[in-house]
Design a protein around this ligand. Sequence first.
Ligand code: F6P
Length: 327
Amino acid sequence: MGAEAIRRIGVFTSGGDAPGMNACIRAVVRTALHHGLEVIGIRRGYAGMIEGDFVEMDAASVSNIIQLGGTILKSARSEAFKTPEGRARAAQQLQQAGIQALVAIGGDGTFRGASIFHEEYGFPIVGCPGTIDNDLFGTDETIGYDTAVNTALQAIDKIRDTADAHDRLFFIEVMGRDSGFIALACAIGGGAELVLVPEAFVDLDEIRESLYRVLAHKRRSSIVVVAEGDELGGAQKLAEKLRPIFPDYEMRVTVLGHIQRGGSPTARDRMLATRLGVAAVEALLDGHDNVMVGVINNEIHLTPLRNTWSKKKTIDYDLLRLVQLLS
Ligand code: F6P
């Protein structure tokens, strides 16, 4: 479909919610309205698309949401959309509602689904990267990542107080199913003694050596940041393995969990979400399709949707060295 033919677009959020998604929805809706388009909000991601859970959006419907965490359109992880029947139903619902193009705000699972949907139905789709994990190829940062890191850091600072008071070793697990972006940023920002990420396997012997080194410096309290996707199985399992090796050392485990997904987005995330929401609609109007908008070196970039999840975005390995050097 030519861009000039687009009169009505749909916008939805899908997968794990991320702070800043609302700011992105606001930018998409207001930009579309500015260009004379009609906007339909699709509730609960692909699940709502299949069920036809649609709501008309006007300028007022996105008032007072830029500062809110979560997503006013709600989100879901849809199993039905993974089936050809589910996608056929979704295409039918979109057609019936006169929706001619989509803005998808989500992470790798969302874009995986969007790529397949596009291949099957040729539906114009532009993606906005929204996930706290920051694991999408084609953008330096994803919407929600900065807020999640700051939320985790606030918690880590507090844990450091009690770790110090009791001379304890804390293993703090942060989110990141397959990636260590959050863990690495928290380790640097939180002054951790050690960080474990899925991208760089560290065996138990190396961990033991690092902790011996910390103890030799007479530092009794220590923080180890562990990404949930770490190969040793997360913070709890790691602590269990290390307890017998350091019987005189008191250890505690804190799993930060979904607290990292909530809360008001930081200024950085609001800015990113706004820029990307505007860029997504303008990309559609410029005739782009089947791409994700991202920011690389502070400039808007378009990346084929398939590349965003099939190509691996790498962590900055030098940051691992910095954690070690400063511990
Ligand atoms: O992808 C974002 C994320 O928060 C991951 O870091 C985490 O592993 C996952 O979602 C948790 O998903 P759910 O909320 O479905 O348990």
